[in-house]
Ligand binder design. Sequence first.
Ligand code: ADP
Length: 226
Amino acid sequence: MEVTERALEAQDLYRFYWAGDEETLALRGVSVAVSPGEVVAVVGPSGSGKSTLLSCLAGLDEPSGGTVWVGGERMSHRPEKVRAGLRAAKIGILLQTSSLFDHLTVAGNIRLSRSLAPKGTGGSSVGDLLESLGIRDRSNAFPPQLSGGESARAGLAVALANDPPVILADEPTGELDEETERRLLALLTLRASDGGAVLVASHSPAVRKAADRVITLSDGRVTDEV
Ligand code: ADP
């Protein structure tokens, strides 16, 4: 795994949305940094800017102002193709609802994710990856055949498919029962102890507890960092 001092860094991010004459300031000067080995939670009420922040960090959205770096490379204000390549190689994304393709098996989903990354991007074998997450026996199952816990782990397997130095998760435990949430958080924490930089946006007290640092967003600003 590639390790740099700051796996993920954002400086002074702004994001404005316009709907007719209405301007929404979703982010107003947010700076965050996540080092390898850290789990950072981003918390805050609904509408405080968590999803917008994650989208900007992942290069899925462009900030109106400010800069995002991933593994020392600038992600923001670059052509979509460059951002997509950086994202595929360096960022694993985990969402609340499964982002797996239903018509592909679990192994097929992982292979698809691998095929999107630039050549030479790392990663263990599909079997070893599934083994490490405890779902090797579900390799040939299709997503609708998985239980909630298996589905969460399969989503994590896809996020980890290219052995990315950064994991971004948006409410990854929102639909999970307590036990499954605990297991998923243990896997994310393990990833960090292996050198991953993990940032999780969540309402869950369990996520807050599992994190090394907690950043609170309120109305598009960082109002607390502990
Ligand atoms: P959270 O994830 O904390 O619930 P969001 O990042 O989704 O917050 O939203 C932050 C603010 O930006 C909210 O006021 C929301 O209504 C607004 N917003 C988010 N996405 C859009 C969009 N595509 N167009 C207009 N406003 C948006």
